[in-house]
Design a protein around this ligand. Structure first.
Ligand code: DGI
Ligand code: FE
Ligand code: FE
Length: 186
């Protein structure tokens, strides 16, 4: 599969709202910047970022069916907020629809919302680019942007901490992979 950046962006565009598409373009640019900084595969980072939110607006029943039917998807996703489904399901939808087979790109898309225990450099770059792209204004995001100038691991750990603290403050559940990612980086 020799997908270009523009082909990837044009593929996802019809499935996204305008704001989400603009976010996606910024994540792709941010991922390129981080890949250059930390020595990851620039093309893979750009493609994974361009595709990362593909399934964001897919119908919940369709995503639920994927989780139930594909053995590669952990069933416990169904016990947690549906906001977590679009990464893992999106990667597999793209595999079927456009022949996305690159395991590194698929992994980065899969874990972009929660992180996971042993994240690759590419996983971390897409996760972090999604968190710090210039359109984000979460409390604490500027400190994470600063940290992302020097340490990929520490910046990811800060983003995970902020997310965990935010979710707990709202009395929302936290998917175990989010804790695994955090613990592994601390
Ligand atoms: O798709 P995006 O909006 O660009 O960003 P995302 O894929 O990181 O999704 C962010 C949402 O997911 C945000 O509302 C927080 C939520 N989230 C992240 N980790 C967890 C989580 N929600 C729960 N319940 N548990 C998690 O571990
Ligand atoms: Fe997302
Ligand atoms: Fe995103």
């Amino acid at each position: 599969m020799e997908l270009t950046r523009d082909e990837a962006l044009n593929y996802v565009k019809p499935y996204l709202k305008v704001k989400r598409y603009e976010h996606t373009v910024r994540v792709a640019d941010q991922a390129v910047e981080l890949a250059e900084r930390f020595g990851a595969d620039i093309r893979k980072a750009e493609l994974a970022a361009a595709l990362h939110d593909y399934a964001k607006y897919k119908p919940l029943d369709e995503m639920k069916r994927w989780i139930c039917e594909d053995r590669r998807l952990p069933k416990d996703l169904l016990d947690y907020h549906h906001e977590l489904w679009h990464g893992p399901v999106g990667a597999l939808m793209l595999e079927r629809e456009i022949g996305l087979h690159d395991p590194e790109i698929m992994s980065a898309i899969r874990c972009h919302t929660t992180g996971k225990k042993h994240m690759s450099i590419l996983d971390k770059i897409v996760f972090l680019a999604d968190y710090i792209e210039p359109g984000r204004d979460f409390p604490g995001v500027d400190e994470v942007r600063d940290k992302a100038l020097t340490s990929l691991d520490r910046a990811c750990a800060m983003a995970l901490k902020n997310t965990i603290v935010f979710l707990i403050s709202k009395e929302r559940t936290v998917y175990p992979d989010t804790f695994h990612a955090y613990n592994n980086l601390i």
